[in-house]
Design a protein around this ligand. Structure first.
Ligand SMILES: Cc1cc2nc3c(=O)[nH]c(=O)nc-3n(C[C@H](O)[C@H](O)[C@H](O)COP(=O)(O)O)c2cc1C
Length: 191
């Protein structure tokens, strides 16, 4: 199993990253490979809505995201990791996701399927300070449609509410156990 973890928080070792590393441990323990991308370290421009990708299926921008399209295509498990920022994904995740408009163009305009039959699956890990019933709704919808553009099946989410300060999630052993189980479920094919 080759897992690509896309860290979307600007906060190093924060709540979402801590959960993601716990999930990825299960993959490493089973002999799989895990790669991490920290979006906040990348020089990436937002989608310009220029339509350039509609003919070629490639983004016209050339920056740190350029090689990452292939890295995403090569992974068989993808994990998008984001804190909730104003009821949605972090800006870093949104920039990353919007640039996959070029993959959307390949899939829906150029009618190319690049993930079909490969069993590639994508997940969302997210954390939020508050506990409202709709706190993750926006992020889930956005993640689902980013994965759809990537031709990756959306296969589930690990969501933790009520965590705010940097390592708060470490003080919630039940949530860390849930993360460990989420990793095992991925490795053992239940997710
Ligand atoms: C700019 C910003 C916006 C935020 N917006 C929300 C929000 O709308 N709802 C919420 O419950 N928490 C919000 N939070 C809190 C974070 O989601 C929370 O602290 C989360 O656990 C941080 O994850 P991290 O440690 O991985 O960065 C916000 C934090 C920041 C910095």
């Amino acid at each position: 199993m080759k897992m690509l973890v896309v860290l979307g928080s600007p906060r190093k070792n924060g709540n979402s990253e801590t959960l993601a590393r716990k999930v990825a441990e299960a993959v490493e323990k089973s002999g799989g490979a895990v790669e991490y991308i920290r979006l906040n370290d990348l020089n990436m421009r937002p989608c310009q809505g220029c339509g350039g990708c509609e003919k070629s299926g490639n983004c016209v921008l050339n920056d740190d995201l350029t090689p990452i399209f292939q890295q995403v295509d090569d992974a068989d498990r993808l994990v998008l990791v984001s804190p909730v920022y104003f009821y949605g994904l972090s800006a870093q995740c949104k920039i990353f996701g919007d640039r996959f408009q070029s993959r959307w163009a390949r899939r829906y305009l150029l009618k190319e399927r690049f993930g079909e039959g490969k069993g590639r699956k994508g997940y969302l890990i997210s954390t939020a300070a508050t506990v409202g019933p709709k706190i993750f709704d926006c992020s889930i919808l956005t993640a689902r449609y980013i994965y759809d553009a990537m031709d990756v099946e959306y296969a589930g989410e690990l969501l933790v509410k009520g965590v705010d300060k940097r390592k708060a999630v470490l003080e919630a052993p039940d949530e860390m156990a849930r993360a460990e189980q989420f990793g095992r479920d991925i490795v053992e094919g239940r997710l």
